[in-house]
Design a protein around this ligand. Sequence first.
Ligand SMILES: [Zn+2]
Length: 98
Amino acid sequence: MSGFCLQRQGRGWIVAGPNGRALTGVYGDRNLAAVRLGELQDLAETTERRMRRACMCCGREFLSAGIQNRLCAGCRTGTPVEHMPARSRHTAKAGGRT
Ligand SMILES: [Zn+2]
């Protein structure tokens, strides 16, 4: 769960994070704040799903795009990491940020 919520702020509304910190400016319209809240929740959930996993194939750690993503870029594309261009190889070693 993201833990975001709408909070009354003066005469308007803000979106507050799990720690109660304001994440947005003050919205005069509660609906606008609610829309922004939804966007932030989506973003947080997407970020949560993107996590480091060990590749099911080679065991290398990589940044997964989601729970369905269990293979590193090298195994997914069938290209051994060793044979990738230098820049990609560096990226893969740094955690497979793509
Ligand atoms: Zn792999």
